[in-house]
Design a binder for this molecule. Structure first.
Ligand SMILES: NC(=O)c1ccc[n+]([C@@H]2O[C@H](COP(=O)([O-])OP(=O)(O)OC[C@H]3O[C@@H](n4cnc5c(N)ncnc54)[C@H](O)[C@@H]3O)[C@@H](O)[C@H]2O)c1
Length: 339
């Protein structure tokens, strides 16, 4: 039997999601190996490397890219660094898995796409909902024509509360760039081939009204009209006290699919207080299988020197275009026509 050579992965950014992705590569994938970690924060890479049994840790991305035998990188830094690191990794000939959002401007998105294309490296973006079983089955049902032509589409993100972060430390427009960007990708993906033509967004600070004046937004509703006539709604809120609630729905001419359940499992407790269920509290619990599947697929594409099966740079650009339209719409209080 031929032994499969593992894909050698370097992690860039050892924060919350980077640590989780690092753990996925090191412990949950059988044919990928985490060989190096880079993070400029003092001790961050070394500490994670120690925990995961990785020999090499760096404070500099350039050093990580020069690590011998490195095939691929996972970029999990704050969003504003993604494009430059992506371009640097592509120029070094490394395959790239980049967390969302890939870029914050369309110019940067084009730069990222061109760099990966020019270097001929795999580029996949972290829209993990596509890998969740219910969402994947929903898309398969749509592809099989089971619900006919999509007419009304819905995607929502309610992050688990209580919201405890310092709003002053959250970059402006995060609700569109980093939260709803997942929903925009989901809506595009569940409406295959359709192009968004008009976007209207409303947003406010309802969780932290005291931070509204500084431009902080924690609640938003977005409506999107597509060129196939369908209409979509995306909504988000940063503080669902009952748990981490992610749902999708597509209503079509022949039926409907619904996806997502805040309940942790099929366990229902019946007791003196009534009937109850536990709920998801963290993305990394709810989507552990999807997060793992997306990196397994990425590793497979890298091994086969193939295009990513999952979301590409173009998909990231398409979702970003909606996020940018939302920012314009909230700023002008007007609908935005997409070209
Ligand atoms: N797909 C998802 O479900 C999901 C979930 C969480 C976060 N994310 C995305 O992942 C990214 C990171 O989020 P996070 O919550 O882990 O952030 P975080 O702040 O916890 O971690 C970011 C890490 O990157 C490091 N860093 C900063 N600049 C760097 C550089 N130039 N090179 C290398 N490392 C650098 C920081 O020191 C920090 O350790 C964001 O873009 C976020 O939107 C995606």
């Amino acid at each position: 039997m031929t032994k499969i050579k593992p894909v050698n992965v370097g992690l860039i950014g050892a924060g919350r999601i980077g640590s989780f992705h690092g753990e996925t590569v090191a412990r949950r994938l059988v044919d990928a190996e985490l060989v190096a970690i880079a993070d400029p924060a003092s001790g961050a890479a070394a500490k994670l490397a120690d925990r995961l049994g990785v020999d090499a840790s760096y404070t500099d991305v350039t050093e990580l890219l020069a690590h011998p035998g490195l095939d691929a990188v996972i970029i999990a830094t704050p969003a504003r660094f993604h494009t430059n690191i992506l371009v640097q990794a592509a120029e070094a000939g490394k395959a790239i898995f980049c967390e969302k959002p890939m870029s914050l401007t369309l110019e940067d998105a084009d730069r990222a796409i061109a760099a990966a294309r020019g270097a001929g490296v795999t580029l996949q973006v972290g829209f993990n909902r596509r890998w969740d079983q219910a969402f994947a089955e929903g898309r398969a049902a749509i592809d099989a024509g089971k619900i006919g032509a999509p007419q009304l589409i819905r995607s929502l993100t309610r992050d688990p509360g209580p919201f405890g972060a310092d709003p002053g430390k959250i970059p402006l427009w995060t609700i569109f760039y980093e939260t709803l960007i997942h929903d925009f990708d989901t809506l595009l993906w569940l409406n295959p081939g359709a192009k968004p033509v008009e976007v209207f967004a409303m947003a406010d600070a309802l969780v932290r009204p005291d931070a509204r004046e500084k431009g902080f937004l924690d609640t938003a509703v977005v409506s999107i009209r597509f060129d196939n006539g369908s209409v979509a709604v995306a909504e988000a809120n940063f503080s669902a006290l009952y748990g981490y609630d992610i749902r999708g729905e597509v209503f079509g001419s022949g039926g409907m699919v619904t996806m997502g359940d805040v309940r942790r499992s099929s366990l229902t407790l019946f007791d003196k207080d009534g009937v109850s269920n536990d709920t998801w509290r963290r993305d990394t619990d709810h989507f552990i299988h999807g997060y793992t599947a997306q990196l397994a697929s990425f590793a497979n594409a890298v091994r086969n020197r193939a295009l990513a099966e999952g979301p590409t740079g173009i998909d990231a650009r398409n979702a970003l275009a909606i996020a940018l339209a939302c920012i314009e719409s909230v700023s002008t209080k007007q609908p935005v026509i997409l070209k």
